[in-house]
Design a protein around this ligand. Structure first.
Ligand code: 16G
Length: 245
């Protein structure tokens, strides 16, 4: 169809019409996962729409999580995430969990350093007055897909040098003989905030899982308080339950 034939036939502003047209292309497979969209200028020429209109349609699809923009290389159709089945019966690390699935992990650092603790960190980590806290906050990716936002807080003597953590926190703790041996985890449902959704590459308002892990050393001391946001569309949590005797 020529642009004039399909635009104007359906209702709504032109950017909405173009957005719908692109959505159709994605769902029908004309625009398969990971395929790149033509540059804005080309779409504008092809559709005889203004670049402002084209940009607006693409921005909406980015917000919906259907399209991602990669720095310097344009817009791509986002591939659906491969679901991870995560056991709740073993105290493992993100790196170990993903390695077992043959996936490489990367971190985008949002914060990493030594800070004055917040009141909840003081309580959870059992800190004394004047103690500092080591904090690492990162976007965790596996196989190139954003999976979770994790904010870990640890007493300074357990992690004196947070910048030492480049990939695995638990590997650093293990090297120092301070790997946690027990953890308590709490999982709650949330709707992702716009910034969180953007970092995780999903649509605004998507469901997420808020997970809090408090882990302990052999001695019973608290080693870590980690508050994370996991993608709801990327995880199934599984636990084996037995009849108690
Ligand atoms: C997991 C833990 C997190 C821990 C991290 C260490 C959950 C919800 N969280 O992601 O508490 O800090 O592993 O991973 O399971 P790393 O050794 O790969 O940095």
């Amino acid at each position: 169809l020529s642009p004039k034939e399909w635009l104007g036939r359906s209702a709504g502003p032109r950017y909405v019409q173009l957005r719908r047209r692109l959505e159709e292309g994605i769902s029908s497979g004309v625009l398969p996962p990971n395929s790149s969209l033509p540059p804005e200028r080309e779409i504008a020429e092809l559709t005889e729409l203004s670049r402002v209109t084209v940009r607006k349609a693409i921005q909406e699809l980015v917000r919906q999580g259907a399209i991602e923009q990669r720095q310097g290389s344009g817009s791509f159709v986002r591939a659906p995430v491969e679901k991870v089945e995560q056991s709740l019966s073993h105290l493992t690390s993100f790196t170990e969990d993903m390695k077992r699935r043959g996936k490489d992990t990367t971190s985008k650092w949002l914060e990493r350093g030594v800070f004055m603790p917040s009141p909840d960190e003081v309580v959870a980590l059992g800190l004394a007055a004047g103690d500092s806290v080591s904090r690492i906050y990162r976007l965790r990716e596996a196989g190139g897909q954003p999976m979770a936002l994790e904010r870990a807080s640890l007493p300074l003597d357990i992690l004196p040098n947070p910048t030492e953590v480049t990939t695995s926190l638990y590997a650093v703790l293990e090297r120092n003989g301070l790997r946690p041996v027990r953890a308590v985890q709490k999982i709650s449902a949330i709707n992702l905030e716009p910034v969180e959704a953007e970092l995780l590459g999903v649509a605004e308002g998507t469901a997420g899982l808020s997970i809090q892990r408090t882990s302990y050393l052999e001695t019973g001391r608290v080693a870590e308080l980690t508050r994370s946001i996991y993608r709801g569309d990327a995880y199934d949590f599984v636990a084996e339950l037995r009849l108690s005797s």
